[in-house]
Design a protein around this ligand. Structure first.
Ligand code: ADP
Length: 497
């Protein structure tokens, strides 16, 4: 990776930013306060656009619109088939506009355009089609209770769902929450991350073009402690779903508890082990461990951020991991063939460099990288540490950047014990050719996802979520529906007493 490419003049994408206001009740409107905030280009730190800054008063307006669309219709009163068809029409429109949407996503976030256009937007489209398929297949049970009663259950939407998403996968996480919430018949107030407000506004406009009635989906850009907190503690919001850091997840859960005790789904941080066993194919394991960590500039909650390698392969693995990191293509995310763009913003960039310094100071061996790349924007060299000990900060805390930490283990029991010795429990990678080893690890690891000889497989039907402080509840798949439905028992005497 060379810094020369990064210091070339920046080419701004030739697309106009049309939507920067709040989307409330089907209309783009200014914030009640009239305030705006800048959203920045991670390649340079320059302002892309100024966006309306939503606050408690705007959250009130958005919740009122969502409340009305739920209580008076049309949303939960439409047939599930009609709701499903609107979602499918939206998916078609989104697919048609992939190029523009991927451009906005890359501009605002810094992720490679090819990743946006070829991987993420298609996954978003898929997610809406997946949950559109569920909309008219949600139903309760008849229950054979004791006594002379007919018992049935109704699976009903909560009402107004408050959705709070982070900046690392702005549209993908939009789809993980908005699609199931709407399929189940809820109405939505979405609070996007302050770093990446643009793509959600654009696609939500498309959603209305696809026939979504006003008030069903409201989008409020703004900051966490103001707009996010107002949504979390709102008395008229019936369900909350949050993705972000564990620290903020605790705050949000507290706000929900102390207001109206709305149920909360949380998808939080991680420090996921990637375990390379003694019988692993080293070359494949190196490649997979590399992408498990470096994908999306290392800004993934499930990044394979603790690479544990069996001692018999360790030296070879470290050498090859270093070579692979040195080959990683870093540069302007709008260019073709780029594997890594800039980090999201200055704050994250500085935090990552601080972790790298801490790794060096605590005695880990710096194999590659370790510094800023180029002289503008927030690019960081793909960094590899070997000889990482479990008590080092870089082995314990979520770095959220392109920093791979490799350490050595002697036997499987040690690997299991160390893998589980974390307050997090989001995901794990297991690399082995031995079925028994795979089965042993699968059962022993206290995590929400185990990927065996693969990593980061995010099919719409596969549930995702955390054990321990990595979260509560599950998103995606059939399991994701239960986050947006409440159960009502209906009991009727079979004959009048
Ligand atoms: P990060 O540190 O990666 O930005 P956060 O968990 O702080 O992660 O942010 C994730 C989302 O949570 C963002 O939309 C952010 O605005 C929001 N947020 C931050 N603080 C709060 C808060 N106190 N209440 C509600 N939402 C918040």
């Amino acid at each position: 990776s060379t810094s020369a490419a990064i210091d070339e003049p920046i080419i701004n994408p030739s697309i106009q930013i049309d939507h920067t206001q709040l989307l409330i009740n089907g209309q783009f409107v200014d914030a009640a306060s009239g305030k705006t905030f800048p959203t920045l280009d991670p390649r340079t730190g320059d302002v892309i656009a100024r966006v309306a800054e939503g606050d408690a008063e705007d959250i009130n307006r958005a919740v009122a619109a969502a409340r009305k669309a739920f209580d008076e219709g049309p949303w939960p009163k439409m047939t599930a088939y009609e709701r499903s068809r609107i979602m499918l029409r939206f998916a078609d429109l989104l697919e048609k506009h992939t190029e523009e949407v991927a451009t906005l996503e890359t501009w605002d976030n810094g992720k490679p355009f090819e990743q946006s256009a070829k991987i993420e937007i298609p996954m978003v489209v898929r997610m809406f089609r997946y949950y559109a398929g569920w909309a008219d297949k949600i139903h309760g049970l008849t229950v054979p209770a004791d006594g002379q009663h007919h018992v049935q259950t109704l699976h009903e939407p909560y009402g107004v769902a408050g959705l709070i998403i982070p900046w690392n996968f702005p549209l993908l996480l939009y789809s993980w929450k908005v699609a199931p919430a709407l399929a189940c018949g809820n109405t939505v107030v979405l609070k996007t991350a302050e770093q990446t407000p643009l793509s959600a506004l654009y696609v939500s406009k498309l959603f209305h073009e696809a026939g979504l009635p006003p008030g069903v989906l409201n989008v409020v850009s703004g900051f966490g402690p103001t707009a996010g907190a107002a949504l979390s503690s709102h008395m008229d919001v019936n369900k909350l779903s949050f993705t972000g850091s564990t620290a903020t997840g605790k705050v949000v859960l507290g706000l929900a508890a102390n207001s109206n005790l709305k149920p909360v789904t949380l998808e939080l941080g991680g420090k996921s082990p990637f375990i390379v066993c003694k019988d692993a194919d080293v070359d494949k394991a190196v490649d997979l461990a590399h992408s498990a960590l470096f994908f999306n500039q290392g800004q993934c909650c499930c990044a394979g951020s603790r690479t544990l390698v069996h001692e018999s392969l360790y030296d070879e693995f470290v050498e090859k991991a270093k070579v692979r990191a040195l080959k990683r293509v870093v540069g302007d995310p709008f260019k073709t063939g780029i594997e890594q763009g800039p980090q999201i913003d200055k704050e994250q960039f500085q935090k990552i460099l601080k972790y790298i310094r801490s790794g060096i100071e605590s005695g880990a061996t710096l194999e590659s990288g370790g510094e800023q790349l180029g002289s503008k924007g927030y690019y960081i060299q793909p960094t590899v540490f070997s000889n990482v000990q479990d008590d080092m900060l870089i082995a314990k805390e979520e770095i959220f950047g392109p920093v791979q930490s490799i350490s050595k283990f002697k036997d499987l029991n040690e690997a299991i014990q160390r893998a589980n010795a974390s307050s997090y429990g989001l995901a794990a990678g297991v690399f082995t050719q031995n079925l028994e080893t795979a089965n042993t690890l699968t059962r022993a690891l206290r995590v929400g996802t185990v990927w065996i000889n693969c990593y980061d497989i995010f099919d719409a039907a596969v549930p995702f979520g955390g054990f321990k402080t990595s979260g509560q509840g599950r998103e995606k798949g059939i399991y994701g529906l239960s986050s947006y439905l409440q159960i009502k028992a209906v009991v009727t005497p079979l004959k009048n007493p």
